[in-house]
Each structure stands twice: as structure tokens, then as C-alpha cells.
Design a protein around this ligand. Structure first.
Ligand code: 9MG
Length: 289
């Protein structure tokens, strides 16, 4: 099935004719690599602005950590963290904003505050999440996760990780289509590190072309993650910038259309080199390019 070349983010069209960069903005006290740094709207806007100047095409705002072992926060607290930041970002920046949440209450309020993309690591499995996302006009990134952030890394097991992840995401996409969501509002994400061992992550990464062949744009998030630390011999998070940029370029070569990253400038360079020198696999594309 052809992949749409644009993503409809509440009426604003993001071109996907080349891989796009989603910059991470964690408004949390406890995220794994930047927790506590951008809690105030002024600090959040300054960081987001720097990411846009470095080449970010989307800013992903999250008010609840999803790192392994993290505890959920009540939706009221999540709203308190993200809504002032989204409101300030909307006034300050020209790029689409994304809300990283699994809660329908937060999805609705964030879209009303200007988010054009809903990024749900829980794959719209929470009661009411599928309807909240479908009823909005926002683009929706559906991610695969086994379990919850609290439990997901407790001995994850699959018979065939690529088949199971693709099957789950295909089913979620069909559920959205059944509720009237057009293909150009849907993005799929295999969820690297979410209930997966290094072996599972490697199998998924090398099999990205199969996920791309489902016909929806694919988002890849491996930035600074422990799978890269493990590949580099238990390298701590501060030493994973180069590996993150290389992995983003490799993902683009396998057909990913959006990469979610912390280190935007390094990623922009890596993607430029990939575009100039690399090959991209994937299905035919359609739509305005
Ligand atoms: C919030 N978040 C953390 N990691 C992520 C990933 O890999 N993909 C998406 N969509 N969101 C993520």
C-alpha cells in the first residue's frame, strides 16, 4: 500500500517527502536523560526554539516519564505540566506540536491547546483513548509497548517479535480507520525499548521495512536508549549521541519517515548525509509531496 507523503496535523500538513525530526521536550522531573530541566515554560520554550533552529520539524511534549520502572502520574498533574508549555510553544514556534500521552483527558486538552499530533506509547489501549484520538483532527502516532513502563522490562518474551508488533500496529490502524480516521493522520511506531530485549530491538530494527510495508509512515525512537548503550558496551547515556544519530540515519534508510530524538543538530547532519549518500527502501508514496 502506498504511504501518504503528508501528515495531517489538525489541518496543518507536514510533508514527509524526507525524514522529519521530532525533538523531545520532557516536562517531567524524572525522565531518563533530561528529567527536571524544562519544567518551567520559559526554559521549555528556549530549548524547543533551539531544537527548531537546529532542524526539528515537530516538538514532542511529554508530562509523564515513560522510562522503564517509572510510576504513572494522575492526569491532573500531567495537565498541569504540559498545558502551559503547549500554550507558550504554540505562540512562540512555527512547527507542529505533539503531545506524548496515553490519557484521553490529556489528549483532548492538549489538542485544544494546540497539539497537532497525539503520540501514545500505550497504543491507544487506555479506556477512551481510541475515541479521544479519533474524534480529534490531530495526527496519531500509535506505538507498540508490551505491558506498562513500570513492568515492561520484566523478562519480555515473544515467539516472533516482528510479526507480533506488526500485527498489533496493523490492528490499531484498522481500528482507527474503522472510526473514520484517514490514513494521512496515522503513524506507526514499533516502540524500541518498550518491553523488548536487545535481541528483540535488533530484530525489529532490521525488520523495519516490513513495518513500512503496512503503508503508514513509521516513526522510530531510539535516541540515547539503553539498546545503544548495550551495543556500545554499557555506554552511559551522555556518551550515546553519535550512536543515536547513526541509528536515526539507518532508520531513515529502512524507510522511517520520522525520527524522535534528543540531539537534533547531530541527527540533522546524519540525515543529510544519509539522503545524499544512502539508499532508502520502502513502498511507493502517494499524496502531495
Ligand atoms: C515518549 N517516547 C519515548 N520513547 C518513544 C518512542 O520510541 N516512540 C514514541 N512514539 N514515543 C516515545
Amino acid at each position: 500500500m502506498p504511504v501518504s507523503l503528508t501528515l495531517d496535523c489538525s489541518g496543518r500538513r507536514l510533508r514527509l517527502d524526507r525524514p522529519r525530526i521530532m525533538g523531545v521536550l520532557n516536562v517531567t522531573p524524572d525522565s531518563f536523560s533530561d528529567g527536571g530541566r524544562f519544567l518551567e515554560p520559559e526554559a521549555a520554550v528556549a530549548h524547543a526554539r533551539a531544537m527548531v533552529e537546529a532542524g526539528a520539524d515537530i516538538i514532542d511534549v511529554g508530562g509523564e516519564s515513560t522510562r522503564p520502572g517509572s510510576e504513572p502520574v494522575p492526569f491532573e498533574e500531567e495537565l498541569r505540566r504540559v498545558i502551559p508549555v503547549l500554550t507558550a510553544l504554540r505562540a512562540a514556534l512555527p512547527v507542529p506540536l505533539s503531545i506524548d500521552t496515553s490519557k484521553p483527558e490529556v489528549m483532548r486538552a492538549a489538542v485544544a491547546a494546540g497539539a497537532g499530533l497525539i503520540n501514545d506509547v500505550n497504543g491507544l489501549r487506555a479506556p477512551g483513548a481510541l475515541a479521544a484520538a479519533a474524534d480529534s483532527a490531530a495526527a496519531i502516532c500509535v506505538m507498540h509497548m508490551r505491558g506498562t513502563p513500570r513492568s515492561m522490562q520484566r523478562e519480555p518474551r515473544y515467539d516472533d517479535v516482528l510479526r507480533e508488533v506488526c500485527g498489533f500496529l496493523a490492528e490499531r490502524a484498522s481500528a482507527l480507520r474503522g472510526l473514520g480516521v484517514p490514513a494521512d493522520r496515522i503513524v506507526l511506531d514499533p516502540g524500541f525499548g518498550f518491553g523488548k530485549t536487545l535481541e528483540h530491538n535488533v530484530a525489529l530494527f532490521r525488520g523495519l521495512a516490513e513495518l513500512v510495508s503496512l503503508g503508514y509512515p513509521v516513526l522510530v525512537g531510539v535516541s540515547r536508549k539503553s539498546m545503544l548503550g548495550a551495543i556500545l558496551g554499557d555506554r552511559p547515556v551522555e556518551g550515546r549521541v553519535t550512536a543515536s544519530a547513526v541509528a536515526a540515519a539507518l532508520a531513515a534508510g529502512y524507510g522511517a519517515r520520522i525520527v524522535r530524538v534528543h540531539d537534533v543538530a547531530a541527527t540533522a547532519d546524519a540525515l543529510a548525509v544519509q539522503r545524499a549518500l544512502g539508499r532508502t527502501v520502502g513502498p511507493p508514496t502517494t499524496g502531495e509531496g
